[in-house]
Design a protein around this ligand. Structure first.
Ligand code: KG4
Ligand code: ZN
Length: 333
């Protein structure tokens, strides 16, 4: 079966073709980063309009590259995400399915992230613990099998990617902030400031990042007053990154220990962070799996492979599904 994956939940328009026999055939992505950068964050209206402009040409390009006329099934991101952006992907997916007489599968964006490591040669076996860290989520999920997800922890306030983006804004760095912080941190001292490692001493497996963000803000304000901000920026970035990564790793190791996991999957945009990848690998006794860098951040290959795993649920074109807030556990089968 040939599955066309469509991802438009936020600020990337992405399309991929996955063959259940041959694997991933082609994938394309158009990033809207440059469009949103002047605003310091994603502007939903601009995102929807750009998906509308770019999605159809990208689908054509992806099909042409693989020399495929039409897929057997279309898998599209139905949520969670920006509602207008989701409606563009869902609308076009269903429209094309009607024209091509093929079936559709609405996919949960976080299930896509969760299954992204399955695109690699070295795939994790079930069960595994997933640390899903993106601009909208910080989740620890017990994955017992496909469609068997148990939420062990989530953030009580900001998502980790959001914290990276907000700290980057405080430091006058470009959007998205995660890669910019990571780049600047290379030149700084991670021990220069002792920022809090939120929640690590608290029971349970939830995260909280707003206190860390406030602690960074106070240091930035003081350095601005003292006129030392320019020379302190790399140290602040390095110390923040270390505190954030220590927190993620601390919680992940605790979850793995309590629930006896031998395998951990890290996915989502923040999963591209080199320090997180290196330090978790070094501190975890079992095996850590990551998708390649380009499949950590939003992409359609993960939506297409999620569609391949959920082929049995392919449905005739009916109602277009688009859900802004949608819990991962609600898709358990
Ligand atoms: O998964 P993703 O592409 O989109 C969402 O579903 O949110 O994640 C985007 C987030 C942004 O907050 C971005 O700053 C962060 O991932 N990010 C990083 C890195 N690369 C992207 N955060 C830390 N280090 C990175 N290298
Ligand atoms: Zn995402």
């Amino acid at each position: 079966m040939m599955i066309l994956g469509i991802e438009t939940s936020c600020d990337e328009t992405a399309v991929a073709l996955f063959d259940t026999d041959k694997g991933l055939l082609s994938h394309s992505l158009r990033s809207q980063v440059a469009l949103h950068a002047p605003y310091g964050g994603v502007v939903p209206e601009i995102a929807s309009r750009d998906h509308l402009r770019c999605l159809l040409p990208l689908i054509k390009k992806t099909l042409d590259e693989a020399d495929i006329k039409k897929p057997d099934v279309i898998a599209y991101t139905a949520g969670p995400g920006l509602i207008g952006a989701l409606m563009v992907g869902g609308g076009l997916a269903n429209g094309l399915a009607l024209a091509w007489n093929c079936k559709v599968i609405p996919i949960h964006h976080m299930e896509g992230h969760l299954l992204a490591p399955m695109l690699e040669e070295d795939k994790p076996k079930y069960p595994f613990l997933a640390l899903l860290v993106s601009g909208g989520h910080s989740l620890l999920v017990a994955v017992n099998g496909l469609g068997s997800y148990e939420l062990l922890g989530t953030t009580l306030d900001d998502a980790i990617g959001e914290a990276f983006d907000k700290v980057a804004k405080l430091l006058d760095l470009a959007y998205p902030g995660g890669p910019e912080i990571a780049k600047l941190a290379k030149k700084g001292d991670p021990e220069a400031y002792q920022f809090p490692r939120p929640m690590l001493k608290k029971p349970g497996l939830n995260f909280s990042f707003s206190g860390l963000k406030t602690a960074v803000m106070l240091v930035v304000r003081q350095a601005e007053k003292d006129g030392t901000i320019e020379k302190s920026k790399s140290d602040i970035a390095a110390s923040f990154q270390k505190a954030a990564i220590d927190t993620l790793i601390g919680r992940t190791l605790k979850a793995a220990k309590i629930h006896n996991f031998e395998r951990v999957v890290v996915a989502g945009g923040v999963g591209a962070n080199i320090m997180l990848r290196k330090n978790l690998k070094a501190s975890f006794d079992g095996t850590v799996f990551y998708p390649r860098h380009e499949f950590c951040t939003d992409n359609a290959a993960m939506i297409a492979i999620a569609g391949a795993y959920r082929l049995a649920e392919a449905q005739e074109v009916n109602e277009i599904e688009a859900t802004a807030r949608w819990s991962l556990e609600s898709i358990n089968t």
